[in-house]
Design a protein around this ligand. Structure first.
Ligand code: 5GP
Length: 194
């Protein structure tokens, strides 16, 4: 998605050879027009999959998922990273190792919101080693529902998340695929000269 790649070039910051900071438009301040366009693109890519729910993870997954769910006409569910006081034990739980925080957290989704027979589109902001996406897949499976596909805003293609998800049989659609962050420069997979 060219508009997204341009935002990454202009407003992203390479923190190291494996971490990209995009708090100017996605992870802290939100560019609502860009995130609306991102959500519409996901809806377009998965329009034939009879999606019944969009599932993401708080907090940075919510903005890019919102317009996807709105366009597909489905509810948006976000997995919680901390169990809320109002949540009882009626929850699906999965453990996720966080790439950026380097710690394992439990994510939870109420059993009221994911049902057998649901066809679920999983969306997340970044794909690195695939732990967050696999945690969401695990929750969908616990519900007896189907993973219809996985939509990623920014994939770091030099990490192995995509191959893990594809090996597990899932369709992965990433709107920007970063080939490298070496030397403070972002290069995208589709810019490589073969
Ligand atoms: P994974 O679970 O695929 O290893 O990592 C994906 C999760 O880690 C995303 O939900 C995202 O929050 C975070 N993450 C991974 N890499 C980056 C990165 O380069 N920049 C930012 N801002 N978040 C990242």
């Amino acid at each position: 998605m060219e508009q997204l790649k341009q935002a990454i070039r202009d407003r992203g910051k390479v923190l190291s050879s494996n971490v990209l900071k995009v708090d100017t438009f996605l992870n802290h301040q939100v560019d609502v027009n860009l995130m609306a366009a991102v959500g519409q693109e996901f809806a377009h890519l998965f329009k034939n999959e009879k999606i019944t729910k969009v599932l993401t993870i708080e907090s940075s997954g919510i903005a890019p998922s919102f317009m996807a769910a709105s366009t597909l006409g489905t509810p948006l569910i976000f997995a919680r990273k901390k169990k809320s006081l109002t949540m009882n034990d009626n929850v699906f739980v999965s453990k996720v190792y966080s790439f950026t925080k380097q710690e394992t957290n439990e994510i939870t989704v109420s059993k009221d919101f994911l049902l057998p027979g649901d066809s679920v589109l999983i969306i997340d902001d970044f794909l690195a080693n695939g732990q967050a996406a696999l945690g969401l897949v695990d929750i969908v499976k616990q519900a007896g529902a189907k993973v219809a596909g996985i939509g990623i805003v920014i994939e770091k293609s030099f990490q192995d998340g995509r191959s893990k998800l594809e090996e597990a049989g899932y369709r992965v659609e990433s709107l920007a695929r970063v080939h490298s962050l070496e030397n403070g420069q972002v290069t995208f997979v589709d810019e490589l000269i073969s």
